[in-house]
Design a protein around this ligand. Structure first.
Ligand code: C5P
Length: 258
């Protein structure tokens, strides 16, 4: 039996491997970017036990409303409600209250909404479900420096990401959403006591298409991400479960190397 010495016990390598894959499973989020509950159900069924957490964003929520969230939560899935709230503090707090009542596990607010809005969101989330993770969205991965300047931000992308990440964390958010490209810098400047969710992930060997800013699952985890969001590479795969398992292997291998 090949194994490793952990706490004075020899642990079978297969068990270690299984545990790493299970750990990875807690940190893989599959994006349900579809327009109907039926399409969402088809994806969830095809992914099976390979993922536990699903991202419901504006598209599916606008089409189907909260019922699809209730249904997925009732079936034992965790929901990342990605509606990127950005409004006056009272309105955001009221919306977060409704989201918390749906029993979602994670939700997003725009960090650029400012500390009053962020604190209001965090406070109300905590009062209903202390486990609910409020994540501050930093800079959208679709934005480049010209877009930032057009919107009035004079910083480079990295500086703007760091500024908004710092604001979100100081305001009580349990984590941030940012591109994997800025993740290592965020970790080295702001520490390790918060979650970082990376979208724009493409598995090794996948067609990167027109997306030049995407990274692999291994690169994202190595940079310091705690969670990755993967949509089309899994949802449009011929075998979504196999694709998800491949991604878990990649994530687990990095965990093992740490
Ligand atoms: O591209 P993919 O289908 O994996 O996208 C999944 C989710 O990640 C989308 O819902 C989108 O919100 C986010 N995304 C992003 N930046 C990218 C690509 C995707 O924020 N470059």
């Amino acid at each position: 039996m090949r194994g490793q010495l952990i706490n004075d016990r020899v642990i079978d390598d297969r068990l270690i491997h299984d545990r790493q894959i299970n750990d990875a499973r807690q940190h893989l989020i599959v994006a349900l970017d579809v327009s109907s509950a039926a399409a969402a159900r088809t994806i969830v069924a095809a992914v099976g036990e390979s993922a536990r957490t699903y991202k419901v964003g504006m598209q599916l929520f606008t089409a189907e409303g909260p019922q699809i969230v209730r249904e997925l939560v009732a079936s034992g899935r965790s929901i990342f409600l990605d509606l990127k709230y950005h409004d006056i503090p009272t309105t955001v707090a009221s919306s977060v209250r409704e989201a918390a009542k749906l029993d979602v596990s994670m939700l997003t607010v725009h960090a650029s909404g400012g500390s009053k809005m962020l604190r209001a969101a965090v406070e109300v989330a905590r009062s209903i479900n202390p486990e609910l993770m409020v994540l501050g969205v930093t800079v959208l991965t679709s934005m480049d420096e010209a877009d930032l300047e057009e919107a009035g931000a004079r910083d480079k992308i990295l500086d703007q990401v760091l500024r908004l990440a710092d604001l979100a964390i100081r305001s009580g958010c349990q984590g941030i959403v940012t591109s994997a490209r800025e993740t290592a810098q965020v970790r080295s400047r702001l520490g390790h006591k918060f979650a970082i969710v990376n979208p724009g992930i493409r598995p090794t060997g996948a067609d990167r298409g027109d997306q030049s800013r995407v990274v692999t699952p291994a690169e994202a985890i190595a940079a310091g991400a705690t969670h990755i969001v993967v949509g089309r590479p899994i949802t449009e795969a011929a075998n979504p479960a196999a694709e998800a398992e491949k991604i878990l292997q990649e994530m687990g291998a990095v965990g093992a190397a740490r």
